[in-house]
Ligand binder design. Structure first.
Ligand SMILES: [Zn+2]
Ligand SMILES: [Zn+2]
Length: 148
């Protein structure tokens, strides 16, 4: 395996690589995924930012019937990104520059290609933040019901 750090990856990098390739089943759409392909790619097709009201069979965010396609783009998740976040940072995963480069090498793509995913660089912490849901679309969807 070619890495930006030469041929010998550290134990920490190997562990990170293994974690990235571990397969999970998405709690929303039942797709099998690994984080290497998933992070910031927004491939989940079943994310609704608002749950169903108890007595109703439609999602509160968009009025769609239960189990219809998601109304906001998001990553697959085992459940941790389902919660009702108050700040965008709660729905982001930090990743340092070394890890980002390592991911690019595992995917055999230039770092620039990864950045076309929903990644943003936080100048203050000097870290990448991988956005797990389309925060802007999510905010809009969550306010829709109050405009009606
Ligand atoms: Zn999914
Ligand atoms: Zn919805």
């Amino acid at each position: 395996m070619t890495t930006p750090f030469g041929k010998t990856a550290s134990v920490r990098q190997i562990k990170f690589g293994e974690n990235l390739r571990t397969e999970y089943v998405c709690a929303r759409c039942d797709a099998t995924y690994c984080e290497l392909e998933n992070m910031g790619a927004w491939r989940c097709t079943a994310y609704h930012p608002m749950v169903r009201a108890n007595a109703q069979s439609v999602y509160e965010c968009c009025g769609s019937p239960y189990l219809t396609a998601g109304c906001v783009k998001a990553d697959h998740t085992t459940g941790e990104h389902n919660r009702m976040a108050r700040a965008q940072s709660e729905l982001e995963t930090p990743i340092n520059s070394e890890e980002a480069l390592f991911m690019a090498s595992l995917l055999d793509c230039p770092l620039d290609a990864l950045k076309t995913r929903a990644w943003r660089f936080d100048d203050r912490t000097k870290q990448w933040r991988v956005c797990r849901v389309d925060w802007g679309a999510r905010t809009q969807a969550m306010h829709k019901q109050y405009r009606q």
